[in-house]
Design a protein around this ligand. Sequence first.
Ligand SMILES: Cc1cc2nc3c(=O)[nH]c(=O)nc-3n(C[C@H](O)[C@H](O)[C@H](O)COP(=O)(O)OP(=O)(O)OC[C@H]3O[C@@H](n4cnc5c(N)ncnc54)[C@H](O)[C@@H]3O)c2cc1C
Length: 508
Amino acid sequence: MMYDVHEPEVLIVGGGLVGLTAALFLRYHGVPSLLVERRATTSPQPKARRINIRTMELFDQIGIGEAVLDAARDLSAHQAMAAGPTLADATRLPFTLPGGMPDWAAITPSTACLCAQDLLEPTLRALATERGCDIRFGVECTEFTQDATGVAATLRGAEGDTRRMRVSYLIAADGAASPIRERLGIPRSGRGTLGRAVNVYFRAELSNLVRGREFNLCQIENDRVPGAFMSVDGARRWIFSTSRDIDRPARDWPRALRIAIGEPHVDVEVMSVLPWEPGMFVADRYRDGRAFLAGDAAHVMPPYAAAGANTGIQDVHNLAWKLAAVLRGEAGPALLDTYHTERHPIGWFTADQSSVRTADLRTMAHRSTDGTAPADPIAMILGQRYPSGAFIDDNSPHTLTRLDLTGQPGTRVPHLPLPGGRSTLDLPGPGFALLTGPRADRWPQPDRLPVPVHPLDEKWCAAAGITSSGALLLRPDQIVAWRTPIAPVYPAALDSALDRVLARAHQH
Ligand SMILES: Cc1cc2nc3c(=O)[nH]c(=O)nc-3n(C[C@H](O)[C@H](O)[C@H](O)COP(=O)(O)OP(=O)(O)OC[C@H]3O[C@@H](n4cnc5c(N)ncnc54)[C@H](O)[C@@H]3O)c2cc1C
């Protein structure tokens, strides 16, 4: 039995989408981690497919966006929604969003994609291994304890061999049932279980049938086998999801699928039948001492807004730079409290909005099931604002009824295209960045500022709510930490802002 002291620094339990991205984000910040996953392989289920724009921005920040788009290429032409009495008779639905379609290039440098989880997980695993992350499949974390200085964990390999190790922090990316959350006794709140459904994953050669009508989701509207088809590779692999007849025996599914497809003689091979329950369960605390819950361990939500995995990936992006800053001694340990204060309200809001979305493709973006006002879908993905946390609030107005990113502290920095195909989103990370107007020379001691300075033009200043001598201080995760509309007169103003944001005890 080995006992390693504080090497690596972070233990990640769970090798799903959230655990694997946690390893990649920590690597980007130079933090050595060990990821353990009790399964022998990545998930064979293609559950999550929509990788949203914000997640792609984060992947682009650490240089893996292209590899993810490459893994997603089979579905690059499958963004549309469709509906009809059978797949054979379905037609595409007009693609609309409340408020109309945005000019994507004006709001983000990144591209959302559809990449089934059974393709994305191996892609992330390969990228993490390539980048030197220590990823161990077939290893279970069976026990852990924590004290004031670290976490002691017991790991068991597939052969039954055990190993004790000690780390500074633990990330529980161990899924909806989260044994770690249960052991910590963290309760969950929310709307609870909202129904029952089944996903039938099958193979059938349907490329000719759908050619010219390629779709992401195709709603089947008939009385015999209603539900929705989802494209997995857009040609041979599909999912049929329904909340009707969910206890149908596996052997009867091929016949039912042929009815929904509308082709009585097509060959259908059912690969798996996965019963699942849409529901909303949000952990009351995302942090317990040195343990942090992330992904489904922290929040479970129905898939109708395609937000579960995306929210989880965004959790660990928020956490990684904070752990790095504390481990390096650049921030006070209280910075880690802001993981809960920032991410819990986002998890709650996103799970709640996902719970009141209807599964009906014809109305889902426009209507809720219980009268709750639906947030603007783009605002929900890109435009949320942390209510409090590691930033200096200026109480400026903000709404989720449309995308409202104008440099408010606690929001993602507004995107502005820069020369060379770059964006303002490329300026922070892995460290902080100060985005100033063209008159940064008005700052006291402009050559001695403690973070890299990027002077931008007047158009940018207008978009960010500052004058030509003002600035936005950006955190490594592209969130605005501090906004000063004009150059400060006090030379240590920036250091003081950093002290507050990083929860540093000494004050300038
Ligand atoms: C039908 C369906 C469709 C969906 N569609 C979307 C979508 O389009 N977009 C989206 O964002 N989300 C979607 N989701 C949600 C998404 O699948 C989940 O939110 C996501 O997979 C959660 O990832 P995770 O890494 O947090 O957890 P998991 O994928 O559950 O991973 C947790 C891992 O931890 C491991 N583990 C647990 N305990 C231990 C231990 N003690 N030691 C070692 N390993 C352990 C488990 O084996 C597991 O592999 C969908 C979900 C469903 C069911």
